[in-house]
Design a protein around this ligand. Structure first.
Ligand code: HEM
Length: 413
């Protein structure tokens, strides 16, 4: 049952435990929910969320600037506008599509095979902590052209930065920890940037160092911010989506069996996972002028959170929205990883995820590789499923048992 009544809060423990139980109630009874303690409005209907994300003049990304400024030394893509945004976004688009994408796909295979190998003979893996998290970090480092040897350290630092940006109510201790992480990550990246300026390669860091905008290259602060932008944006949603995909397929054995028989169904399964359980649950914007939603006025200057979870389950947008269905005709899989996506898991409008095509390739490749290796995959005995996170959300762990693989069957090849 949803938590109804005037005491409802998005910041409550009840909501944190199972947000989806309140989605229908929010859409129907509180489509413009106000949280006084953080002076913010939460929108949950598909059309309202879409309106905010596509009306770039009335709703800007300035909120992100405020959230990110203390941990970023320069602007991230999400807070840029106009010609600067278009030009800098292009550098990313080139790095995440076409021939570059094919190179990354090869790296997906190699990284995934190395990471899963130690677990195959045991027949047990925690798909989040043993595999998904290191995999997503290593892939992001590969894409950027950073040293994978340092992945544990870099992961800890960028998690601190991400926690700062997505934290809704940080304690002073966590805040200090996050700021320390930002400083250490910057101290690690600046020498790398300076080296790439002198010896540029084909990697994204080199491209960011050498790209010219209005005849000038970016300073170290700006390049650092964009690298951290990718680290924060690319890793968390990818590892969460992979674990959620496996969870939904395990919970729907008929759909699991079909995907196993026909891996061409994987893009539909990934797209439906993104619709059903979007890993990025909140996208903040700043209202530049007064706006009315469902009869409620949001004042100029207000922080507005777009709630992607309930928007993606709005019956006005999707039939039987609370059902996980890889065959749903209203999703349009072919469009699901493009600017024309019907779901809102990648956002929409100018700031829609620039890594969507890459995320599809990464997830499709790794899932196609894992499925045959994880035969008879099921939850480990005694495992209790639990999700965490308000801003980004996913399983805390996903302990899975499967038929142990004999030596030599590592999936490499
Ligand atoms: C399943 C995986 C992913 C999901 C669900 C996801 C989700 C999102 C969302 C919701 C936004 C929009 C934020 C806003 O409007 O303020 C976004 C932006 C962005 N994403 Fe992703 N993302 C994913 C994977 C990736 C990957 C793999 C990369 C890079 C390799 C990436 C890089 C970015 C960047 C740089 C932006 C900012 C774009 C801009 O402001 O122009 N994302 N992502």
């Amino acid at each position: 049952m949803p938590m109804v009544g005037s005491g409802f809060s998005i910041l409550s423990e009840d909501f944190a435990a199972a947000p989806h139980r309140s989605f229908a109630w929010l859409r129907e009874h509180a489509p413009v929910h106000y949280e006084p303690s953080i002076d913010s409005y939460f929108l949950s209907r598909f059309q309202d969320v879409k309106r905010v994300l596509t009306d770039h003049e009335a709703f800007t990304t300035e909120t992100l600037q405020v959230r990110a400024q203390p941990v970023m030394r320069g602007p991230v893509l999400a807070q840029m506008t106009g010609a600067e945004h278009t030009a800098k976004r292009k550098t990313f688009v080139r790095a995440f599509t076409g021939a570059a994408l094919q190179d990354h796909t090869r790296a997906v295979h190699a990284n995934a095979a190395d990471l899963i190998a130690p677990f195959l003979a045991r027949g047990r893996v925690d798909l989040v902590n043993d595999f998904g998290k290191p995999f997503a970090v290593q892939m992001t480092l590969d894409v950027l052209g950073l040293d994978k040897e340092d992945w544990r350290q870099v992961a800890e630092w960028h998690s601190g930065v991400a926690e700062f940006i997505t934290g809704i109510a940080l304690t002073p201790e966590r805040r200090r920890h996050c700021l320390d992480c930002a400083e250490q990550l910057e101290a690690y990246l600046v020498p790398v940037i300076e080296h790439r300026r002198r010896h540029p390669g084909e990697d994204l860091v080199s491209k960011l160092c050498t790209a010219e905008f209005d005849g000038t290259t970016m300073g170290n602060d700006e390049v650092t911010a964009l690298i951290v932008n990718v680290l924060v944006a690319a890793t968390e949603p990818a590892d969460k989506t992979l674990a959620l995909l496996f969870k939904h397929l395990i919970d729907h054995p008929d759909q699991m069996a079909r995907v196993r028989r026909d891996p061409a169904l994987l893009p539909a399964a990934i797209a439906e996972t993104l619709r059903y359980t979007p890993p990025v649950q909140l996208i903040p914007r700043l209202a530049q002028r007064e706006a009315v939603f469902a009869g409620t006025t949001v004042p100029a200057g207000a922080t507005v959170f777009c709630m992607i979870g309930p928007a993606n389950r709005d019956p006005e947008a999707f039939t039987a929205p609370d059902t996980f269905d890889i065959d749903r005709p209203d999703l349009g899989t072919a469009r699901s990883f493009t600017a024309a996506a019907q779901h809102l898991a990648f956002g929409t409008g100018l700031h829609q995820c620039v890594g969507a095509a890459f995320a599809r390739a990464e997830l499709e490749t790794v899932a196609a590789m894992l499925l045959p290796l994880l035969d008879q995959v099921r939850y480990s005995p005694g495992f209790r499923y639990r999700e965490t996170g308000l801003y980004t959300r996913g399983p805390a762990a996903l302990s899975l048992d499967f038929t142990p693989v004999r030596e030599g069957g590592t999936g490499r090849g």
